[in-house]
Design a protein around this ligand. Structure first.
Ligand code: ATP
Length: 239
């Protein structure tokens, strides 16, 4: 039986002033899946994610989430519906402690009584953060800051976690750790929409992959079927 998607994007167009960055994107994310967007710089991956979380307004198109039209909802309202966005470049509040950053991630929740339990659970997923709770976030390593940014996103108890290049600028060992964590998050029941510069890793990890180029989706396939050589050809526009 076909599963109805958690997220559906239809005919999405976004413009920066007079410049169109996206030209009619259609994509679906089914519940419990890891779905990746890959493509070269400027393909429109980050723009797509920001339109889904409401940071950027749509010029055209619609977004349905958990069966409801969220096209016109403000970003905070989308967080309340279960969409969390971990932005590019791991923006944590450097002067605040790890714990304070996590507490901020729960701002959308009316009832904060389970907050300590959630923080304790997240330290199982991110043991390093457990040891650094009262340390200023700005003093963490790049990989640790990325973990904190992800953990902060999870504090809103999202059903969809959007991650924009979580491995950017990290050492190989840390990249492996972050990608393992992405799978662990999915195993806890959270659906994931991921932008990953490291396309080969993204393909290995994902149930479904969309390839973007110049503001369009030019190819898609299941993670197991997708052919890295064809993806490369689509990246470069030779197919
Ligand atoms: P990258 O990996 O480099 O972030 P991307 O695939 O995420 O690439 P976007 O950042 O979404 O691509 O950019 C899509 C297009 O929109 C590009 O042509 C880019 O130059 C343009 N763009 C992005 N941000 C802005 C902005 N703030 N003002 C004007 N144009 C922008």
């Amino acid at each position: 039986l076909p599963v109805s998607p958690l997220l559906s994007v239809r005919n999405l167009a976004v413009a920066y002033g007079r410049i169109r960055a996206l030209h009619g994107i259609d994509l679906d994310v089914e519940p419990g899946r890891i779905v990746s967007l890959v493509g070269s710089n400027g393909a429109g991956k980050s723009t797509t994610l920001m339109a889904v979380s409401g940071i950027l307004p749509l010029a055209v198109g619609s977004i349905t989430f958990a069966g409801e039209d969220i096209t016109k909802l403000a970003p905070e309202a989308r967080v309340g519906r279960g969409i969390a966005h971990v932005p590019e470049r791991r923006r944590v509040f450097g002067g605040m402690s790890v714990r304070e950053n996590l507490v901020l991630g729960a701002y959308s929740r009316a009832d904060a009584t389970d907050m300590e339990a959630d923080i304790a659970e997240l330290t199982q997923l991110f043991p390093i953060l457990g040891k650094r709770m009262s340390q200023a976030a700005g003093t963490l390593s790049g990989g640790e800051q990325q973990m904190l940014a992800i953990a902060r996103g999870l504090m809103s108890r999202p059903s969809l976690l959007i991650m924009d290049e979580p491995t950017m600028g990290l050492a190989p060992q840390m990249i492996d750790l972050i990608l393992d964590t992405v799978q662990a998050i999915r195993a806890r029941g959270t659906t994931i929409l991921l932008v990953e510069q490291n396309a080969v890793e993204a393909m290995r990890l994902s149930d479904h992959v969309y390839v973007m180029r110049l503001g369009r989706i030019v190819h898609q396939d299941s993670g197991s079927n997708i052919d890295p050589d064809r993806v490369k050809a689509f990246y470069m526009g030779v197919e």
